[in-house]
Each structure stands twice: as C-alpha cells, then as structure tokens.
Design a binder for this molecule. Structure first.
Ligand code: IVH
Length: 687
C-alpha cells in the first residue's frame, strides 16, 4: 500500500468509525455489529502504526486512551465557570421570575432542562476539532483533562455537519450512568478497593485519573448544555443547542422552551416523578432565560448568573428506627460508626444500614438507640441519617456513646488534636488493621495480586498463614490448594500472580505499603524524587517536604512509618523476596532542564505533537506553559493557524514568536542547525 492509499484509507476508516460511534453512543441506534466495528478499528490501528506520520490525536483509535501517567496542567477559563443559585421552593422561582421581569421589559422565553448530577466540563473546539477539555476547578482555572475526555465515546472529536463557529466552547456534565456505576463498584469491591459513594464521585474521580487508558475502561458519558463563543449560530440558547446536536453533540432530549413559569412548573412536576426511571442521576431542573442577548443584559453576580437558577428536587427521605450502632475498624485503624436500621424502602431499595461520619455527628444529632430517624439518599449508595424525630423518642432511650476501646482488639482509642476521627493505635496486633493492610497491598492500583479477595485474606489470616504482606511471598500452592473454595487451579493462579507482582514498579510498591496519607499520586512523586526506599527512609522532615505535593502532615506520617521497626522489617523481607524497592534504571532517565525559566504560550496546530504533547514536552524540559500572552511570556510557540489574538498580543508586547522547528532545536540543545534528514523528511524529536 502506498502512503497516499494509506492516507485515504485511514481517513475513510476514521470517518466511518466516528459515524458508528455517533450512532451507538449518541443516538443509541447502532448500524453495525460490534464485531464489524472491532474489525474496522483493528485495521485503522494497524495502518496508523505503519504510517505514524498520519497520527492524529482526534482519531477514533485514540479513544482507548494512551497508557501514560501524567499530572494535569492547569488552564484558565476564558469565561469563568459559575455555579447556579439553588432553590427548593416554587415561591423562590416566582421571585426569580419577578427579578428578571423588573430588568427586562420585553417578552422572553425560559428553557427548562434537567440538572444532571455529575461533574462539569468545558470543551474547546477549533476548526471543528476538539482541542482542549478543562474541568471546573475553582471556576477560574481547572485541570486540563483532554486525553481523558477523548475516551468518552459520545463526545465528538471531529464535528459533523456544518456551520460551527471557527472557535467555540461547549459545556456540559460528565456523568456515569447507574448501571455502569453499579458494575464498577462491584468490581472495586471484588478487588478490595473502596467503592465510590455515588455516581457523581465516580465520574469526578474517573476524570482525574492520571492514566487515560484506565479512564477509557470506565463507562462515562456526557450531556452538553451550554454554548459560548463570539459567533454562535443564533441568539437562542435553545436553538443553538438543537443545532449543536446536529454537530454530533449529545444534547439532552429532556428540554423544553416556555413563555412563562407555568410551563416550567409543569416540567418540574413531570420530571420529579419520571426522573426515577432515568438511567442516570439528576438532582433538579435548571431554568435559563433563552435569549443570549438578555442573558448578557442580566449578567452575573460574583458566583452565579442572574439569568439562570436551579430548582433542586427534594432528596428522597424515609423514616425508620435506629436499632444499634456498629463500630468498624479500617486498615489505618480509623473507627467508623455505622447505624443498623429497621429495614425501610427508600428510592426503590431496602435500606438497613446508614453511615454516620464520626463522633461529632452523633453528638450533633443527639442520637439515641430506638430513635425514629430520617434517612436520606442524595444520590448516595449508602444513605445517611439527617435528623431525629424527637417526639417519638422512647422515654428510656439511651444515647449512642462512641466506643472508647477498639471493638476488634480492645485497645483504648486515641484521637489527635483537632481531628474528628478516633483511631485504634494497635497497628501490629489489631486483626482488621492487619487484614486491611494486606487487602490494600494486593489491590489493583497497588500490587495487583489477583485471586485474593477479602474473604480469602480473612481465611489465610485465621489459618495463621499470613500476618503481613511479606508472608504472601512465602505461600505455596500446597498450602493454598486444600483451603475452602480454592482448589489447585486457583491456588496456582494466586501464586503466579504473587510472583508477577515482583515486577510492579517501585512507585506502586510505595503506595502498597499503605503509609497514611501517601496515596497513589504522592507515592509517585516520592518515588521520582527519592528514587529508592532507602533514600526515602533516611530523608529528614525538611527533605521530605522539599518533594512536590508533600506537606508537613504527609512528611510526619512518613517519618513515623519508618521509625517503626516492624515496618523496617517488613520492607527488608519484601526486598529479600524480590519486590522492587527502587526505580528501574529507565525510570531514572533525567531530562536536561533546557527550558528552565522560560514561559511558553502555545497556539495553532503542530506537525509532530498534539497540543497536549507539546505542552508536556515543554514541562518535561523544565519550562512553563501559560494560556494567555502577557509580559511574563518568553515565547509564543506558534504552529499552523495560530490564534490571531495571541499573535497580535505578542507583537504588541514585543514577544518573540517561534515555530515548531525552532522549538525542536531548543530541546535538542543544539541551537540553530539543519534538522532535515537526507530524504527531506523531518526527524521526529523522540522516535
Ligand atoms: S448551566 C452558569 N445546565 O450544575 C450556568 N448546569 O450549580 C452554567 N448542571 O456547574 C451551567 N445540569 O455542573 C447547567 N442542564 C444544566 C445542568 C447544569 C447540571 C451543573 C453544572 C454546574 C452546576 C451549577
């Protein structure tokens, strides 16, 4: 196949695959079988591998997500991402309407939409292509999560139809449908991971994953509900969204336009009931003034627009009796109270338990055993107790008293100054802590040892076979095979999986050790910064705090961990079994800080990099990336078709504009020189 033929076929496959994505994920009307789809995808991937010069970050093949881990850079929102003021009553909606009518003396329309309960996202399109996706962040700046967003199949990477502005922003809600959420949590529980409390947390947590290929495996979806830009098709929010639907966006069908509040009230009544049948979570109705001109006239307060408001549905509530309170011990020794309730039906499921956060909350509610309590499920899987009906308290009811001793091992509990949580300090002898640490050690994001669930760990513990993570490496097939529910085959799989875990990189081993406050990200930073467990163990408080993301609390916790002989012994035994206690050679590769002290603004399309890649490269070499040209900018790095505003501003401020080629020379540290090979092809910077 010639290059030209390959190019044509690649383009054809990309277009067709995107069409089928759209049919399947936006319209819910697949036209071909999964098998045919996979076949085309395979062909595309193969061709893209053979002809890397046709790489395109917006190819449907990229939706599986690159298997890379990286920190997010931040970007400023061109238009701040405001929140909406909330109301729970119709009276407040009538007041909202009156405020608007005072300002606007012409007929206008309202648009009523559902309020989707996920996490907000802002997507930037240029020339019909997705160029950047930014989370809400603090409303002014957010995380750039473009690579993660590309994995959401219902978000168009390249727009369909015609008539889109050269550049615009579209905002919406990334969410996880109930069904996918349920499956994800089941899997997490199976892997000994903490389940997500609700679909909203699951969606937000997923978007913040550092590895897009993991995001691709999570069932995210996205509804779009607001367009911004200088040359939108019409003055009507409603019509613009309908048009955006024709560009391939998933714009909700549940949306109506009304001349007055009466219609809005009908919409609310209808959806307060029917939302219970929707496959995703909604928590209210958003009411917006339709005309963009009027929206602009009404303007915003510091926090929210004056032209829109959210009417929140009441969380579903039930009344039941508190039977008892259990106190559970987590792997860190934290004690969590859990309420046992008389079973009651709430939002379609029978509720028997509810979470109580801590001692303070129990006191605040003045909770007594036998109390009639209100339980609420605000999109949460585990409902919470929100109040007590004091009129129904039995005369002899005893107050709930927080335990003073560990319910598992009897050790007196401790609580640090200013903290709300009680801990059992008996780390070495308290069974749920011991088992919890092993469960954490084997979990997927840590050592990823398969075949060992919570129950098997419990069994191994009871049989006296494991007391800590290092014991796992001394298990044999002969020991495991005779155990209940295991057998020869599972035993072999477990031992193999334990063996494989010796290949797990140091940063995950560090996370697996379960040092308090050292989560995945901090573990990665520490691993990169210190390189080995020995260097980390010897680091002083100050040296620890010099690492990125490490504050005093984390530094102290690390010192405490290494000050305990039991932990030192555990590490030595793990090391002796071949578990990695240092970075591999290739992870140590240092990039020279050639761009240190330089701030780049990046604009346009590049030949060798996607936008994201070029920014990552700048940072890798020690430079900074900023989103707008200012006197602090060192260079404007311009690809093809750079933004005219940025060019103008750079010219006005006398800031040098450099090309992609200039940039490549800079990072090669070779200064100006010819970078063309004999065949006339440009060299790739990092083959
Ligand atoms: S419009 C300035 N429409 O609610 C108004 N927001 O508290 C822009 N949300 O951050 C938002 N469904 O995450 C709008 N149909 C909808 C929405 C919606 C959910 C979320 C969004 C926003 C929050 C506001």
């Amino acid at each position: 196949m010639t290059r030209e033929e390959a190019k044509k076929r690649i383009e054809q496959l990309r277009e067709e695959l995107e069409r089928h994505n759209y049919q399947y994920y936006v319209l819910n009307k697949p036209l071909i079988s999964d098998q045919e789809y996979d076949e085309m995808m395979r062909e595309l991937i193969e061709l893209e591998e053979r002809f890397p010069e046709f790489f395109d970050p917006n190819s449907p093949s990229q939706r599986v997500g690159a298997d890379i881990n990286k920190e997010f850079e931040q970007a400023e929102h061109e238009y701040p991402m405001l929140s909406l003021s909330n109301t729970y009553t119709r009276e407040e909606l009538i007041e909202f309407d009156a405020r608007i009518r005072k300002e606007v003396d012409e007929p206008f329309k309202y648009v009523a939409e559902l309020k989707y309960d996920g996490t907000a996202i802002s997507l930037i399109y240029e020339e019909g292509r997705l160029v950047q996706a930014i989370t809400r962040g603090d409303g002014m700046r957010g995380d750039v999560v473009t690579d993660n967003i590309r994995t959401i199949r219902s978000i168009p990477l390249v727009l369909r139809g015609t008539g889109w502005p050269r550049r615009f922003i579209i905002r919406g809600e990334v969410f996880m449908p109930y069904e996918g959420f349920r499956r994800l949590n089941e899997e997490r529980i199976r892997n000994g991971e903490e389940p997500f409390a609700n679909p909203r947390n699951a969606a937000a947590g997923t978007l913040k994953l550092q590895n897009p290929s993991l995001v691709a495996k999570r069932p995210l979806d996205c509804f779009l509900y607001y367009l911004l830009g200088e040359d939108l098709p019409t003055d009507s929010h409603y019509e613009n969204l309908q048009i955006a639907r024709s560009w391939g966006f998933k714009v909700p069908e549940e949306m109506e336009r009304y001349d007055n509040l009466e219609g809005v009230f009908r919409f609310i009544d209808k959806w307060d009931v029917q939302r219970k049948d929707l496959p995703y979570a909604t928590d209210g109705v958003v009411i917006k003034v339709d005309s963009l001109r009027l929206q602009q006239r009404l303007g915003n307060t510091a926090k929210s627009p004056r032209w829109a408001i959210a009417y929140k549905f009441k969380a579903e509530q039930a009344k039941t009796r508190l039977l008892s309170v259990d106190f559970q011990v987590g792997r860190t020794g934290a004690i969590t109270p859990v309420a046992n309730l008389e079973p009651v039906l709430l939002a379609g499921t029978v509720v028997k338990r509810a979470s109580l956060y801590n001692d303070d909350q129990i006191r605040q509610l003045d909770l007594h055993i036998g109390d009639t309590v209100y339980v609420e499920k605000g999109g949460e899987i585990i409902p919470k107790i929100t109040g007590v009906d004091l009129t129904l308290r039995p005369p002899d009811a005893r107050p709930v008293v927080f335990v003073t001793h560990c319910p598992a091992c009897g050790t007196p509990l401790v609580r640090e100054e200013g903290e709300a949580i009680w801990y059992c300090p008996n780390e070495e002898g308290c069974p749920p802590q011991i088992k919890g640490r092993i469960e954490h050690f084997i979990s997927r994001k840590a050592m990823n040892i398969e075949g060992l669930g919570e129950e098997t760990i419990d069994l191994l513990y009871r049989k006296g076979l494991v007391r800590d993570a290092a014991d796992l490496y001394e298990l044999t097939v002969e020991q495991l095979a005779p155990l209940e529910r295991l057998g020869e085959k599972s035993a072999r799989n477990i031992i193999e999986s334990i063996e494989r875990s010796k290949e797990v990189p140091f940063e995950r081993v560090l996370f697996a050790l379960g040092i308090r406050y050292v989560g995945e990200t901090v573990a990665r930073k520490l691993a990169r910064h210190f390189g080995s467990i020995d260097a980390l163990a010897e680091a002083s408080l100050e040296e620890l705090m010099a690492a990125e993301e490490v504050g005093e609390k984390i530094a102290r916790s690390i010192r405490t961990f290494f000050s305990k002989p039991a932990n030192r012994r555990l590490i030595e035994r793990l090391r002796a079994h071949g578990v990695k206690m240092a970075l591999d050679e290739d992870q140590r590769e240092e990039t020279p800080p050639l761009l240190e002290g330089k701030t780049f603004v990046v604009s346009g399309v590049f030949r060798h990099f996607s936008r994201e890649e070029i920014k990552q490269t700048i940072e890798k070499y020690g430079g900074k990336v900023s989103s707008s040209v200012s006197s602090r900018t060192t260079y404007l790095l311009a690809g093809e078709k750079p933004g005219p505003n940025k060019l103008e501003k750079a010219a006005a401020l006398n800031i040098p504009v450099i090309s992609e080629e200039d940039f490549l020379k800079m990072i090669r540290g070779t200064g100006p020189q010819d970078n063309t090979e004999e065949d006339g092809q440009k060299k790739l910077p990092f083959a």
